[in-house]
Ligand binder design. Structure first.
Ligand code: 6PG
Length: 264
């Protein structure tokens, strides 16, 4: 974990786009670059999606030319960082939202789309997803190494379904856990990746735009170190793995002299 000074959050890479179109294009370019530069001889690509509306413009670009034709969909396995425990066809279901905005529009193999079984009790769905994920772990390891994980950020500072003010007792022992969190009236019962699973990824991309997120971005990247209050601070993968794709509004609270600029 890179850190500027002891007790400070690592100086993550940040890309600040001029506007929403620029944000979507730069985020899509970053994803395209990563999935077309797989690890040596890699047979499959593991990608995890987050819920929420921020990714929609990025998904929309990826589902159309020229991106659609340049992405090795046939090698890709799609997972979810978290899921709200509502029916798969419910408008607030993360699988449903991603399917509508991206997955149904690209040549992904249906068997490679691994949704969280949100119709089951959350604890059962979490156990089952952890078991599924273990089949994708490298030999001798227990956690899969995701090639690309999309993360969002709530105005309250949550990411995935890791909410402020609480550590889950089983957060350190399991890669996937059942949680509950109230946010903007969205379904509270959820299943989520834990930081250990997210931090094992090769590339972690926070997608954040809008003025309403500026405070949460500042706290996550340059605030006092308080991972309980600012759960995004728990995402501290190996140096260089975490990139914050922002627009100018979301970045407006940052001290730019303390950010490391990143260009996809
Ligand atoms: C979820 C998401 C969550 C989301 C943030 C941001 O299931 O709610 O995974 O972590 O990324 O809440 O949501 P918006 O993009 O809608 O602001």
């Amino acid at each position: 974990m890179e850190s500027d000074k002891p007790g400070q959050i690592p100086s993550f890479k940040v890309h600040i786009s001029a506007d929403l179109d620029d944000f979507a294009r730069n985020s899509a370019n970053f994803f395209l670059e990563v999935v077309n530069k797989p690890e040596e001889g890699q047979r499959q690509l593991l990608v995890a999606l987050s819920g929420g509306s921020t990714p929609y413009p990025v998904y929309s670009l990826l589902s159309k030319p020229p991106y659609r034709e340049q992405i090795p969909w046939e090698k890709m396995h799609i997972f979810w960082v978290d899921e709200r425990m509502v029916a798969a066809g419910h408008e607030e279901n993360n699988y449903h939202q991603a399917n509508m905005h991206l997955l149904s529009l690209v040549p992904l193999q249906k068997k490679n789309i691994h949704r969280i079984k949100s119709e089951q009790p959350a604890c059962q769905a979490a156990r089952q997803y952890a078991s599924l994920l273990s089949h994708f772990a490298p030999p001798g390891k227990t956690l899969p190494v995701f090639d690309f994980i999309f993360l969002g950020l709530g105005e309250d500072g949550h990411t995935a379904s890791l909410f402020p003010g609480k550590y889950q007792a089983d957060e350190m022992e399991h890669p996937v856990i059942a949680v509950s969190g109230d946010y903007q009236g969205r379904p509270a019962k959820r299943v989520t990746f834990t930081p250990a699973l997210i931090n094992a990824a090769r590339h972690i991309c926070f997608l954040v735009h809008g003025k309403e997120k500026a405070e949460a971005v500042k706290n996550a990247i340059q605030g006092i170190v308080n991972p309980l209050q600012y759960p995004a601070q728990r995402i501290t993968a190996g140096s260089g793995a975490v990139v914050w794709m922002l627009d100018q509004d979301a970045a407006s609270g940052l001290d730019r002299s303390r950010t490391r600029d990143f260009t996809p």
